[in-house]
Structures are given as structure tokens and as C-alpha cells.
Design a protein around this ligand. Structure first.
Ligand code: NAI
Length: 480
């Protein structure tokens, strides 16, 4: 069915400033693999709980890629999301070898869904290595920048670069979101997890932003932790964590780890939050290995829908469903990923939850989630920097000695220090070509900065006579 077929035109109440209006229209994307099964289960439960919601079914993912839509998301799906502003989405598989990178990443970027909120909480009786450890934490993952900016290059077969793009604006945005989230949900501490010790400019920017903003939130205990130690600490002492804020790639990995602490991907929900649009989805993927077999655990999707209900102000519906879900686990009713010996099918588990709607689970406290009203985040103004040199990537099979000799001649002729040569990120000191590849980073530093465009073009022209260059990067300093 096309979205327009079941879309009551002119009757979309919950737009712009009034997301609480009832009934709320929700864009539903079933997705790929187990998507249909877990989304069907979730809608059945929401309907059984009399959630005043209208579903607007749309398409995205594998079938769309196959139909030649390069992004994996058709225009009418985008148009519908712009109107409903709230999306409940099943997993979308990422094509390998055709189409664009990922329909998920496309949706996140298209709607500026800058924050990925991934709560991690124990449910009664759910088996895990940590079932007796109190764990109730939230991972906030930056959702747009970093290696997911998708800026990748290959200047020759067998060698590729990817740009790790981090902006102060993006860091301030996600860190402010994390602090505001902590304030609103009464969480006491946030760890910012980065690799700032090695990636000083990119990950370092995230750390600096987090520490600078901490002065505005004196009630929240703000600590920085190196991401690898964070992974270790999560396993040896997960209870110390209340919230973790981190960059995109770190967050992707660490949030799969945290879901493993409480039972696995089958029970890990998430919310993708933007200024205007919010999209709720399970952390897990399309699980093609179990698709269509009634083996999928719909809990992650159900918990994502619970987050959605809280986001649109339907806390009563959320509490009812979360208690019913917790009571289902309390009664030891689970799918096979959690308990292989008494495994319920997806449908049987869904029925068990529906049968418990209205029950209260003993000793269970439902989770909290609320829309965050972000204070304005200013865009940093452009600062003219001083260029003091350039990095040039050249492709050459010559020996390190020959390259250094030729480049030093060019450096001297252009008022630069002796050239610094790097191969695979390592400074080249020896004439041996052992373990080196044919791509060289050559750093030219001017003896008399500024090194303006005129100097750069002259140097590159001379270089071009001898070498194939693939990339040039200006080296700048700023008054920070
Ligand atoms: P996956 O999360 O789909 O599966 C990993 C393992 O967990 C599999 O053994 C699977 O059977 C199991 N599993 C996942 N969800 C489960 C559930 N609800 N119940 C029971 N078992 C479950 O990860 P994989 O295999 O790396 O990715 C498959 C596809 O999904 C890929 O195309 C990937 O790009 C895509 N994907 C999509 C995501 C999204 O839409 N947000 C997120 C992650 C992956």
C-alpha cells in the first residue's frame, strides 16, 4: 500500500509545535529481515493497549534499493516523515555492492537526527552474565559526524582513506543534549568516552567541549574516560555508569557492548532525535539468519515504541506496556535468544505481553524518557587561520631515499624546512622500503609563514613535474 492510500489528507494534527495532539500519526517502516515480524508484534501491543496512534505505513530499505532508489528511501516516505515527525522503524539491511551506503544513515542525516539515545536496563529474570548487577545506564551517541560522514577516498587500488570529521558545533550539540537529558531525567553522572589521547584534534574536541560545558551543569558529575578503558570498565564494573556520551563510531560499538550486559541485541532499544523529527528503532539489524522463522525477539522494538510513547507524552500507555513486558519476563516467558530451553515464538511472546497489559510487575520501575528542549547552540564564526605549510599525498614507487632527495630540493627552492615523509602514518627515517606502500604523505613547512596560495601553487606545480599527487591539505594555526 502506498502511504497516500491510508493517509488521511488534511487531518494530520501532530505537526510542528503540537506533537501531543491526539490521535498522533506515526510513520511506520517495517524494514527488512525480521523487521516485519518485530514491527507487527509492536503494533499489535500498541493497539491492544489502546494507544491513540494512527499508523502511516511507508517503505525504505532493500526493496527500494533493488527498485533503483539509490538512497533506499523513496520521496513519499520522506514527505510522510516530514508531516508526522515521528517514525517507528524496523531494521534496514545495508546493501553490499549496490545502492548507497545505508538507508539508516541516510535517514539520520536527512532529518538531522543528531542524537542516538540507547538505554540499557535490566528486566526481571532476563539471563545475562550480569543479571545480578544493577545496570541502568544510557549511551548517547553522536549520530551524524565522525567516520559516518562517509568521506572516503581511494587514489589507487588497494589503498583507501576515510575522513573523521568532528566539529565543535556537533560536539557542543551532543554534549549539551547529554547534559540536558541528565537534568531532565534526574541522572547524576555522565562519562564522556573518547580516544582524545591519540586523536587529539577530533576526539580531543569532543573532550574539550564536554569539559567546557560541564561548568553550566554543576549538579552533574562529569568525567572523561578513554574509550578503550570505558569498554573495559563496562565489563568489570558496569554499575559505575549512569550515562555515557561519545562520538559516532565509539557509540556504535560501545552500545552493542552495553546491550550485551543486559541480555543482548534482542532487548536494546534506541531513539534517534533531531530538532524536528524523532525516529525510534531497535539497536539490532535485520538478522537475516533468523528472518521469517518466528525466532525474533520483538522486545527491542517494543521498548523503542515505549520510548516513542514517552516522547509524545503518552506516559500512561508507555508505563502500561513496560509493566506488561516486565511482567512477561518476570513470569519467565521469553524468546529463544534469551532462553533457548523454553523459547516462545515471536507471536507467542507478543500474545503473552498482550495478556499482561494492565498487570503491574512486582518491584519494577518503568524507565523514563522525555523530549529534550535544546538551548540554542551557536555556530562558531569563521576564523582566518595562518597557513604555515601543506601536506601533499603523492603516489610513487621510488625509494624513500630518492623521494626524500627530490622533495627536499623542492622544499629548499620554495622556502620550506626539510620535508617530513610519512608512510602508513609512520615517519620514514630509513632508506629501506620494507613494509611501505606506494602512497606517501609529504609535509612541507614554510620557514617564513604565512604560506599563501601563491606559494602553494608554485610548490605543487614543481612537484607535479616529478610526481603524481593525489591530495593536498593546508596546515593552519589559529588563535584559540
Ligand atoms: P544483526 O543485529 O541483524 O544480527 C546480529 C545477531 O543478533 C544475529 O545472530 C541475529 O540473529 C541476532 N539478533 C539480532 N536481533 C535479534 C532479535 N531481535 N532477536 C533475536 N536475535 C537477534 O546484525 P548484522 O547481522 O550485522 O546485520 C544484518 C543487517 O542489518 C545488515 O545489513 C546491517 O547493515 C543491518 N543493520 C541495520 C541496522 C538498523 O536498521 N538500524 C542496525 C544494524 C545492522
Amino acid at each position: 500500500m502506498k502511504p497516500s492510500d491510508n493517509y488521511p489528507k488534511g487531518d494530520l494534527k501532530p505537526t510542528d509545535k503540537n506533537p501531543m495532539a491526539s490521535p498522533q500519526h506515526i510513520t511506520v517502516i517495517a524494514g527488512d529481515g525480521i523487521g516485519q515480524e518485530v514491527v507487527d508484534a509492536t503494533l499489535q501491543i500498541l493497539d491492544a493497549a489502546s494507544a491513540p496512534l494512527n499508523w502511516v505505513h511507508c517503505q525504505a530499505g532493500e526493496a527500494c534499493f533493488r527498485n533503483g532508489i539509490a538512497t533506499g528511501v523513496p520521496e513519499d516516505t520522506l514527505a510522510t516523515i516530514k508531516q508526522t515527525k515521528v517514525v517507528l522503524k524496523g531494521p534496514l539491511s545495508t546493501p553490499v555492492g549496490f545502492g548507497e551506503r545505508s538507508a539508516n544513515v541516510y535517514l539520520r542525516k536527512y532529518f538531522g537526527l543528531f542524537a542516538n539515545v540507547r538505554p540499557v536496563k535490566q528486566y526481571p529474570n532476563v539471563p545475562s552474565l550480569f543479571k545480578d548487577t544493577p545496570i541502568d545506564l544510557v549511551v548517547i551517541r553522536e549520530n551524524i559526524e565522525d567516520l559516518y560522514a562517509g568521506i572516503e577516498y581511494s587514489h589507487q587500488p588497494g589503498i583507501a582513506h576515510s575522513i573523521k570529521l568532528i566539529s565543535e558545533y556537533g560536539c557542543n550539540y551532543i554534549n549539551t543534549f547529554a547534559y540536558e537529558y541528565a537534568k531532565l531525567t534526574q541522572r547524576k553522572s555522565i562519562h564522556c568516552a573518547t580516544k582524545a589521547n591519540i586523536l587529539k584534534k577530533t576526539e580531543g574536541m569532543m573532550k574539550r567541549s564536554f569539559e567546557q560545558l560541564s561548568t553550566q551543569y554543576p549538579g552533574i558529575n562529569a568525567k572523561h574516560m578513554i574509550i578503550d578503558n570505558c569498554a573495559h570498565q563496562l565489563v568489570v564494573n558496569p554499575s559505575q555508569f549512569d550515562m555515557i556520551v561519545t562520538t559516532n563510531m565509539n557509540g556504535d560499538i560501545i552500545s552493542d557492548l552495553t546491550s550485551g550486559l543486559v541480555g543482548g541485541l534482542g532487548i536494546a532499544p534506541s531513539a534517534n532525535i533531531g530538532q524536528d523529527v524523532a525516529m525510534f528503532e531497535a539497536v539490532h539489524g535485520a538478522a537475516p539468519d533468523i528472518a521469517g522463522q518466528q525466532l525474533a525477539n520483538p522486545t527491542a522494538m517494543i521498548l523503542s515504541a515505549i520510548m516513542m510513547c514517552r516522547y509524545i507524552g503518552m506516559d500512561d500507555v508507555a508505563d502500561t506496556i513496560e509493566h506488561a513486558l516486565a511482567k512477561t519476563f518476570y513470569d519467565s516467558k521469553m524468546t529463544g535468544d534469551l532462553n533457548p530451553t523454553s523459547a516462545l515464538s515471536t507471536n507467542a511472546f507478543t500474545t503473552a505481553v498482550i495478556e499482561r497489559l494492565g498487570d503491574t510487575c512486582p518491584g519494577f520501575t518503568p524507565s523514563s524518557f522525555k523530549p529534550i528542549h535544546m538551548p540554542p547552540i551557536s555556530t562558531p564564526s569563521i576564523q582566518p587561520g595562518t597557513c604555515h605549510g601543506i601536506d601533499v599525498v603523492i603516489i610513487s614507487d621510488h625509494s624513500p631515499t630518492d623521494i626524500a632527495h627530490e622533495l627536499n630540493r623542492i622544499a629548499t627552492a620554495n622556502g620550506c624546512e626539510p620535508v617530513e615523509l610519512f608512510n602508513r602514518g609512520k615517519a620514514v627515517h630509513s632508506p629501506e622500503k620494507d613494509q611501505m606502500i606506494s602512497q606517501w604523505f609529504c609535509r612541507f613547512t614554510s620557514k617564513h609563514p604565512p604560506f599563501d596560495n601563491h606559494h602553494i601553487l608554485k610548490l605543487v606545480n614543481e612537484l607535479s613535474e616529478h610526481y603524481h599527487w593525489a591530495q593536498i591539505e593546508k596546515l593552519c594555526t589559529f588563535n584559540e
